[in-house]
Design a protein around this ligand. Structure first.
Ligand SMILES: NC(=O)c1ccc[n+]([C@@H]2O[C@H](COP(=O)([O-])OP(=O)(O)OC[C@H]3O[C@@H](n4cnc5c(N)ncnc54)[C@H](OP(=O)(O)O)[C@@H]3O)[C@@H](O)[C@H]2O)c1
Length: 254
């Protein structure tokens, strides 16, 4: 009886698309999930530029973590977005995480406030991508943010934010074809313990976390480090494209 040996292509010990010397721009990289992704990409050798609306926070984040640079720009202001990107010659990985927790019921909240959910996500992303144009590397990636709300709604005033999050996932899928071979993916976090919770809930933050933790499969929120690592995975794995990566500790299952 003869034995045939199955051949397979060489398996590399390295990540498919290492970050050494690559330029990574992270909108929303000055805090929380984006800052964690920035720190990890920087540790992997990337030139990381972080962008937030608050100049002081952006400068501090870049200095403290020895990042390549920082910019201050409100992503809802298209001119500011263009200006922030004007002097960056080439971007390998663009990450668009900037956003606030826009919570308000459709019958009660100001329309201008609700509109912000889309301005910060959909239109900010469109402006950033148009501003960079062919300065986006063909062998690079774009990573958007959505969240569990996109397919797990609740009755607490998050319908519009959920709609904006779901729209990001649809935009990513469309752009994965329109901008190919640039890869476009969406990170969909569940509850992650970042400064956004204090910003949204103020003093109610701790009580909210305690109540939520009891209902979660892992009995805890995720960390910025865990969510940031998922963003880095989307940048570096060269076969991730048009995908939604859930990082939620299984919270979508309950
Ligand atoms: N944490 C969660 O549980 C969770 C779950 C699902 C989705 N998300 C989404 O994940 C993203 C990151 O959230 P996070 O939890 O890391 O929050 P975070 O710590 O509050 O970070 C938000 C980042 O976005 C920036 N930002 C907000 N509004 C901006 C604007 N108009 N222009 C420019 N930058 C702006 C902030 O900078 P400045 O403070 O300087 O403006 C900061 O760098 C958000 O879009 C959020 O909706 C978070």
């Amino acid at each position: 009886m003869s034995h045939s040996i199955t051949t397979q292509p060489a398996i590399s010990h390295a990540l498919p698309n290492e970050l050494q010397g690559r330029t990574v721009v992270i909108f929303g990289g000055t805090s929380g999930i984006g800052l964690a992704a920035a720190i990890q990409a920087n540790a992997a050798g990337a030139e990381v530029i972080v962008i937030g609306s608050n100049a002081e926070r952006a400068k501090l984040a870049a200095e403290e973590h020895k990042l390549a640079g920082w910019r201050a720009a409100d992503v809802t202001d298209s001119e500011a977005v263009y200006a922030a990107l004007a002097d960056i010659p080439q971007v390998d990985h663009l990450v668009l995480l900037a956003g606030t927790f826009v919570a308000g019921k459709v019958l009660d909240a100001e329309i201008s406030y609700l509109r912000q959910a889309f301005e910060e996500r959909i239109w900010a992303s469109v402006h950033a991508i148009r501003a960079l144009g062919d300065r986006l590397s063909e062998n690079g990636s774009i990573t958007f943010i959505s969240g569990s709300l996109s397919d797990r709604p609740n009755a607490y005033g998050t319908a519009v934010l959920g709609a904006a999050s779901a729209a990001m996932e649809a935009l990513a899928r469309g752009l994965a074809l329109e901008l190919a071979p640039i890869r476009v993916n969406t990170l969909a976090p569940g509850p992650i313990n970042t400064p956004i919770l204090s910003k949204a809930m103020g003093e109610g933050r701790d009580a909210f976390i305690t109540a939520l933790e009891q209902s979660l499969p892992l009995h805890r929120l995720g960390t910025a480090t865990e969510a940031g690592a998922a963003a880095v995975f989307l940048m570096t794995n060269t076969f991730m494209n048009g995908a939604i990566l859930n990082i939620d500790g299984g919270s979508r299952l309950i």
